[in-house]
Design a protein. Sequence first.
Length: 291
Amino acid sequence: MAVTVKECLELQLLEVEMLLSMFPKRGEFSLDADAVPSIQRYLRNADGALPPQLEYRIALDVGEAKVKVELQVLLPHMYPQVAPQLFARSDALHRQQQLQLNTHLASHISSLDSGDLCVCEAVQWVKDNSLPFLENSKASSECASKEVGVKEMLHRMWIYSHHIYRQELRKKIFDCAKKLNLTGFCLTGKPGVICVEGLRENCDEFWRVIRYPNWKHISCKHVENIETEGSIDNLRLFHSFEDLQFQAHGDYGLRNDYHMDLGQFLEFLKQHQSGHIFQILFGVEGKLSDN
């Protein structure tokens, strides 16, 4: 007999209960407050729309030094019949080590029996197998620090969206930028524009997180890479991650379908040595109105 979505979601909630009992301390298990209630509402009335996919993060202490490794989990509606999407990350890992760690994790999960809950197994695997990657990352850092004239790269991404309105989406954008030490801004409204600048691996992680699982009408329009022998902080155009909300015009009805004043946005870009980006984002040359 075919397994139903309802049966899969019930199993997902059981696994969440197990994980909460394993990680009861504050900050160990992070889950959106409405994630479980939305699934429970669907289980009571399966005729409605499917709830959002279950997404959570588990903070793990690895080794005697208790290095922080975070396991990010996204569950398709048909998990455990289909594989979960897992991603382990740590500030102590370089990009290459992080890639290798996740490649081995994916290989291990694929070797397990299909149809079984496996997030708990993934947690244990990460705790048992992350240490060699962390040690390799530390060793490569020490070698790099001994080299003369080691260069760093500032990565800057310019992201365009048809619109950015939803409060929960804006919170996700700001939380992620803060967590990854990225500066820049988020222009709310229609159109929506995001700029992030920082280390490349952090910008790539930001892009992966905010566009997933299914943000339509979003694209990375332009990328800048600037190399320096000093700190990348000296190359940043922004000192924090700003919330931009310019004077808007249009329909303030139920759809909130209003447009940002792009003249003010152009002024802002020019103040941050980025006036040339206007044409890249919108396909037209920006002109300031005469006062």
